[in-house]
Unconditional design. Sequence first.
Length: 172
Amino acid sequence: MRDAADDAPVLIAGGGLVGLSTAMFLGQHGVKSIVVERLGRVSPLPRAAFFHMRTLEMFRAAGIEAEVVEGSRRDFIPDGGIILMDTVAGRKLGDIIGDLNAGVDEVSPCRRVFLNQPTLEPILYERARQDGAVLWREHEIADLRQDDDGVSLTVRHVPTDHACVTGVAKSL
């Protein structure tokens, strides 16, 4: 059973980039939310690595652009590119994007960045938390019912197996 202090007008299913961004942007408008996330912690898997200028403009408006850019600089080469190789250590076959930020200065005050989801999720959550969002890890929506009076949800605790979350596999 959760405390009444965790009540909010919005419940968000999923605490990844979309759910946490939604909670952050709602919080910027004074709307408290609860984010329900099945995983017990941020996944260490490097998902979602490329962010366009418009995303950075929105992060700037939310006050997290500097943290996002710093996270990108820690993890990637600034203004790097995307190239096609025949193997990781092999020969270069071509440039997909030679310079990540070529021509960007003419259209936006922000720059494109590479940034892994494991680095970005905590930044989004911390900003959302500052504006009233609550994150329930190891929970899932078990039931959803809508009637003329509104929507009813059942949320349940589901302890996660951290071995699965980190991608560790056991062989027999």
